[in-house]
Design a protein around this ligand. Structure first.
Ligand code: C2E
Ligand code: MG
Ligand code: MG
Ligand code: MG
Length: 285
């Protein structure tokens, strides 16, 4: 059939042919191109970090989350929602994730040299594949050593997907880094697979309430109940809690009334350059 593209599935047996419709074929072709472009982009320095402020009850900036950006030479800015999955499935997340950690640690070291920014923490997203890499601990410690970043200011954001693996391995990796002062936040919390007994075993510092619960926290009683439950859970486990995706004063007030006192979202600032974060820290000082 002319409208069926034939595609030899990667990883399937050599003689396995699979049939895809043209639409699926173009998705695959796009992914393959992205993969080649990602590799080149890493070599050509097309990646950069943006920083989104995290604030406390007094609007004081306490830190930021580093968010990866890719300026593609032809396509312009490509969103991480598109390229991170490709980086993960191709394994490119390992060198890319290392680049992110290095850039973030260098930024922390710069902040440490100025009194207005020396208190800032920086949260870095770590994909499950990166976290599982046997050299991960060693790499993080090497980067900290080389940049002179203060590990106490570095917070690694992991997701519940890690809990699908051997929990003992996850605990060991986290414990090794925590012994050097590195902190851990559980990102997108509430959307994954956590069982409470696993959660109790992980040496976490913070739960991050997923933005999907924050969005309708004022209008959807289920989301409100989930947000309140996450705050209570964090308190019970002795963990910090931060809400992401906070866009309105009303959302923020609701969360604060229910015990959440750390926030991130467009209400406080979009992801931007380090100079924007510096300006915001100064205006609040
Ligand atoms: P995330 O870690 O949950 O990051 C939060 C996302 O929400 C970011 O999207 C941020 O720009 C967006 N956001 C922040 N405040 C608001 C708000 O008030 N409203 C709304 N609607 N959105 C808000 P972004 O930058 O597109 O990143 C998407 C995801 O890509 C991240 O979700 C994270 O999972 C992944 N990602 C980003 N950078 C990295 C990285 O360096 N490494 C890895 N492994 N993943 C990354
Ligand atoms: Mg995150
Ligand atoms: Mg998140
Ligand atoms: Mg998210």
């Amino acid at each position: 059939r002319a409208d069926l593209a034939m595609y030899q599935a990667k990883g399937a047996g050599r003689n396995t042919l699979r049939f895809f419709n043209p639409e699926m074929h173009s998705v695959l072709a796009r992914r393959a191109t992205l993969e080649v472009d990602l590799r080149q982009g890493l070599l050509d320095g097309q990646f950069f970090l943006q920083y989104q402020p995290q604030v406390d009850d007094n609007d004081k900036v306490t830190g930021a989350e580093a968010l990866l950006r890719w300026r593609h030479p032809q396509r312009g800015l490509v969103s991480p929602g598109e390229f991170i999955p490709v980086a993960e499935s191709s394994g490119l997340i390992l060198p890319l994730g290392q680049w992110v950690l290095e850039a973030a640690a260098r930024q922390l070291a710069v902040w440490a040299r100025h009194s207005e920014t020396s208190h800032l923490s920086l949260a870095v997203n770590i994909s499950a594949r990166q976290f599982r890499d046997p050299h991960f601990v060693e790499q993080v410690l090497r980067i900290i050593g080389q940049t002179g970043a203060n590990p106490q200011r570095l917070k690694l954001e992991i997701t519940e997907s890690l809990l699908l693996d051997d929990i003992g391995d996850a605990v060991a990796t986290m414990t090794a880094l925590k012994s050097h002062g590195v902190g851990f936040s559980l990102d997108d919390f509430g959307t994954g697979y956590s069982s409470l007994s696993y959660l109790k075993r992980l040496p976490l510092d913070q739960l991050k309430i997923d933005q999907s619960f924050v969005r309708d926290v004022l209008t959807d009683p289920n989301d409100a109940a989930i947000a309140r439950t996450i705050v209570a859970l964090a308190q019970t486990l002795g963990l910090g809690v931060i809400a992401e995706g906070v866009e309105t004063q009303a959302q923020r007030s609701f969360l604060a009334e229910h015990g959440c006192h750390a926030f991130q979202g467009y209400l406080f600032g979009r992801p931007g350059g380090a100079e924007d974060l510096l300006a915001q820290s100064q205006s609040m000082a």
